[in-house]
Ligand binder design. Structure first.
Ligand SMILES: NC(=O)c1ccc[n+]([C@@H]2O[C@H](COP(=O)([O-])OP(=O)(O)OC[C@H]3O[C@@H](n4cnc5c(N)ncnc54)[C@H](O)[C@@H]3O)[C@@H](O)[C@H]2O)c1
Length: 369
């Protein structure tokens, strides 16, 4: 496959820690430039990680050799940067969330369709071995018909480790916009689209104290709710119970579980690519929980797999899986939970989406590129 030149906009934590090394694992993705609103951040990342060119966002977008841009900015910048990328006639992969409002997400999808460009969004962890194996377990009938699910993400707050955590506590941040995409994308992949939701939410602490990096000790005001409980009804009739919280010091809840008519599936952390995937079946009680073999080689940190999957679609090899439409449906679910909490009523989603395709069982993505 002909190589695809890639540019990164947003040279912060996740770009430096995960994406630069992640996309370099795919030899058809060629990272040639990086840009940031902070010129020094782009220059430093280019120097530290050997990226050929650091430049301004405008210069990166004017480079006609770049076909695919990774938008790794903070959530509040996702929509304007997504538009700028499309206006420059390039395809994009954006970190989550895809946008901050349904109208913004829809406008991006419409612009992309008009311009015949492709959009893709984090998370790509559901393309990893853990969630893909769970998908096969369900599709092969190991737990019978899914009837219910639980999804729990509860931590004390990202200010404990992130050096610039302010965005998590501003409009566009919060536990469900930040971590909900991992859990909800995994659930939609496993169970299909969501129909309606009900939610309750609160903010336990009015401010947070940064615990690491140069800003250690700085106080951050909390502008959003930081503890959310929700129930979700899927189009299939499955009912899921969910907690997303930055207010919990410790817990012993599972990440995700799917309950079926003939067994239970214990799903690994959807924020990572690994297992274990475990199944309990009452007709094999003597075996207890059985650990399932992984069906894919992506059982290590593999951020960048979504961009690689998108690159195959750009070259017309097959449609990509982590689509903007999927991310828009997940955003719709998140915003509906937030609205439900504020209005104290059930909310029907305004979008639906096809259950994503399973990642083809090739040994590695590059093998078919
Ligand atoms: N930190 C994590 O562990 C993590 C994990 C998964 C996903 N994410 C997601 O990745 C995204 C970035 O998170 P991060 O932790 O790297 O944040 P960060 O603040 O460390 O980095 C974001 C970078 O984007 C730049 N930026 C902001 N607005 C911009 C604009 N308009 N134009 C150009 N550059 C701009 C900032 O200057 C900064 O360098 C977020 O959407 C976050 O949800 C983060």
């Amino acid at each position: 496959m002909k190589e695809i030149n890639v540019g990164i906009i947003g040279c912060g934590f996740i770009a430096r820690e995960k994406y630069v090394s992640g996309i370099r694992k795919f030899d058809f993705l060629k990272l040639i430039a990086c840009a940031d609103i902070r010129a020094d951040a782009a220059r430093q990342m280019s120097e530290d990680l050997g990226i050929p060119r650091a430049c301004s966002v405008e210069e990166l977008l004017a480079d006609e050799s770049i076909e695919l841009v990774l938008n790794l900015t903070t959530p509040q910048a996702h929509t304007p940067i997504n538009h700028q990328i499309l206006d420059a006639n390039k395809h994009f992969y954006v970190e989550k969330p895809f946008a901050l409002t349904r109208d913004d997400a829809q406008a991006i999808l419409e612009k992309a369709e008009t311009k015949k460009l492709l959009t893709s969004s984090a998370p790509d962890t559901f393309l990893g071995a853990g969630i893909q194996t769970c998908r096969k377990v369900i599709d092969d009938g190991w737990i019978g018909m899914p009837t219910a699910a639980t999804a729990f993400m509860a931590v004390p707050g990202h200010e404990l480790w992130h050096p610039d955590p302010e965005f998590y506590y501003a409009e566009g941040g919060g536990p469900i916009l930040d971590m909900g995409p991992y859990y909800l994308t995994a659930l939609v992949n496993l169970l299909g689209p969501i129909k309606r939701v009900v939610g309750m939410s609160k903010a336990t602490f009015p401010e947070r104290v940064i615990a690491s990096g140069p800003k250690r000790g700085n106080r951050v005001p909390v502008d959003i709710d930081t503890h959310i409980s929700a129930c979700l009804e899927f189009e299939s009739g499955v009912i899921a119970t969910m907690i997303m919280s930055f207010d919990v010091q410790a817990h012993s809840l599972p990440h995700l579980e799917i309950y079926g008519t003939e067994g239970t599936l214990s799903v690994p952390d959807p924020n990572i690519f690994q297992g274990p995937v475990r199944v309990f079946r009452p007709n094999q009680q003597e075996m207890g929980w059985q650990e399932m073999p992984m069906i894919s080689p992506y059982h290590m940190e593999s951020r960048g797999i979504g961009a690689a999957d998108l690159a195959l679609a750009i070259r017309g090899i097959r449609p990509h899986i982590a689509t903007g439409e999927l991310a828009t449906h997940v955003l719709d679910a998140i915003l509906s939970i937030e609205e439900s909490a504020h209005k104290q009523e059930k909310i029907d989603l305004v979008t639906t989406v096809k259950r994503p395709a399973i990642l083809p069982l090739v040994s590695r993505i590059g093998d078919i590129a």
